[in-house]
Design a protein around this ligand. Structure first.
Ligand code: NAD
Length: 506
């Protein structure tokens, strides 16, 4: 029953890991997709080799020649069809995310909805890829900017958003006139196959094979994409350690990157906070997706007057969390992605204890098949004396610190190397405004009375410092997927130079 979804999405038995609309007969290593809930094998995919990747790049480069000349609003029609096809398959795609990545069904469906939302956004955008017109200093001259497609772009994604991150990039890239080479995480190949099958049908119906392309593989394919001069933009989502390598490789050939790397997100809770909002928001931020979101809440800075009450209420909320099959009704916490992730969780808790932390609830793996762990709250000493909290452990572990003041809390929020998401809970206008000001949070996302995770697609998404500085999704993020051209047209009948320069010849 759990696996019927594979047949309905037409990926049962499909083994190729490379596609340009037609599947290639790939010969790379066999990547096994394992259900993190049961430990059972869901399927096997033959990874793309570098030779396969070369074929895919050549075909997509050929597709780019005509795609870039299709008017942007007509490219938008293709993305509209993609969004509608995703709507038709929303339930099965959501279930597949639960099966392969372990997200609870509601979050799996939410991820598919995010894909649909970004398609809608991109359709509107396809009529708004606007450049400015500005004033030339020379008479009877016109100066303006226009935006052109870049070419084949690489989209390298992480396991924890196995579909949505592709869509954030691919929907925008498509209306911008680019063609996409998607390298998903080798831990979630089946979700990628399912999305590619849907994209294949849309491409066929709209005569644009080669626009959406897939390359399942691991570091070898990823670094080949980073090193390839035929790929002007590499949008990379993953850990800071790997992102650093990708950034160096692409920079060495002066290519462009969008980097969406690790986070270590904090919430400040002031004495005047409304705990009826703070407690569920923190719990979702820390426990949702089993603590495996880049925006997961990992650190709480509670003002001393509210810390005991907040902690007590969080522990009570944690005790109500149902752990189990992510597809079962009522489950709030599914499995971690792998056994290695369980080991990393246990190691972090041991380290936390060794550094003076006290486990208030959770702290152990769950004795059942699959990769289940308890959601954990650790009362922490001062952050400066607690190095484990400076790291991103991809698991549902929440460190709670006490602070005296807003200044101290903001300094602690900003002290870590990552800079993705942050939040404050307060009823006070001065505190929230300070948090949002230039002396406040240094993160790419700063929220008031909302947790750190669960961003909407309309805003630009991304973070600072070790999070990489990239921005994806809404706002004007589309500009990263195009090249800007400044044009000046002279209709004066003379040839004046700028800045009054004289250069009289003849
Ligand atoms: P990861 O870094 O292990 O892998 C990410 C991708 O990089 C995978 O597709 C992998 O195959 C590929 N890769 C590995 N080596 C490579 C190389 N040398 N060159 C090019 N590509 C290579 O990350 P993960 O464990 O899949 O995901 C978790 C991490 O991703 C966390 O740190 C999380 O915070 C981060 N993340 C960030 C965002 C964001 O938007 N900031 C979103 C999701 C996940």
């Amino acid at each position: 029953m759990r696996r019927d979804v594979l047949a309905r999405l037409e990926i049962e038995g499909l083994q190729s890991g490379a596609c340009t609309g037609d599947w290639l007969a790939t010969k790379g290593e066999a990547l096994v997709s394992v259900d993190p809930t049961t430990g059972e094998v869901l399927g096997t995919v033959r990874a793309a080799t570098i030779a396969d990747a070369e074929v895919v790049l050549a075909r997509s480069s050929a597709a780019f020649e005509s795609w870039r000349m299709r008017p942007a609003p007509l490219r938008g029609e293709v993305v509209r069809a993609l969004g509608n096809a995703l709507r038709d398959h929303k339930d099965d795609l959501g279930a597949l995310i639960s099966l392969e990545a372990g997200k609870i069904k509601s979050e799996g469906l939410g991820e598919v909805q995010e894909m649909i939302d970004i398609c809608d956004f991109a359709v509107g955008l396809s009529r708004q890829l606007c450049g400015i017109t500005t004033h030339s200093e020379r008479p009877r001259h016109r100066m303006f900017e226009q935006w052109h497609p870049l070419g084949p772009i690489a989209i390298v994604t992480a396991f924890n958003f196995p579909m949505a991150v592709w869509a954030w990039n691919a929907a925008l890239g498509a209306v911008c006139g680019d063609v996409m080479l998607w390298k998903p995480s080798p831990r979630t190949p089946l979700t990628a196959l399912a999305v590619q099958q849907i994209a294949n049908r849309v491409m066929r119906e709209h005569d644009c094979l080669g626009v959406f392309n897939l390359l399942v593989g691991d570091a070898d394919v990823g670094s080949w994409l980073g090193d390839n001069r035929g790929i002007p933009l590499v949008s990379f989502t993953g850990s800071t350690a790997v992102g650093r390598k990708v950034a160096a490789t692409v920079a060495a050939r002066l290519g462009r990157t969008i980097l969406e790397l690790g986070g270590n997100n904090a919430i400040i809770v002031m004495d005047d906070a409304d705990l009826d909002m703070a407690v569920p928001s923190i719990t979702f931020g820390a426990v949702g997706t089993a603590g495996q979101r880049c925006t997961s809440t990992r650190r709480i800075f509670a003002q001393r007057g509210v810390a005991a009450k907040l902690t007590e209420r969080l522990v009570a909320a944690y005790r109500t969390i149902t752990i189990g099959d992510p597809l079962a009704e009522g489950t709030l916490l599914g499995p971690l992605i792998s056994q290695q992730a369980v080991v990393a969780y246990e190691a972090a808790i041991e380290t936390a204890k060794g550094q003076g932390g006290t486990v208030l609830c959770g702290g152990k793996k769950v004795d059942r098949p699959g990769n289940f762990v308890e959601p954990t709250i650790v009362k922490a000493p001062a952050q400066a004396d607690f190095p484990i909290a400076w790291e991103e452990t991809f698991a549902p572990i929440l460190y709670v610190f006490e602070v005296d003041s807003l200044d101290e809390a903001i300094a602690a929020n900003n002290a870590v190397t990552q800079g993705l998401s942050s939040a404050i809970f307060t009823e006070g206008m001065r505190a929230s405004e300070q948090f949002l000001s230039a002396i406040g949070s240094d993160c790419g996302i700063a929220n008031v009375n909302i947790g750190t995770s669960g961003a909407e697609i309309g805003g630009a998404f991304g973070g600072e410092k070790d999070t990489g500085g990239g921005r994806e999704s809404g706002s004007d993020s589309w500009k990263a997927y195009m090249r800007r051209q400044t044009c000046t047209v002279n209709w004066s009948g003379r040839a004046p130079l700028a800045q009054g320069v004289k250069f009289d010849v003849g």
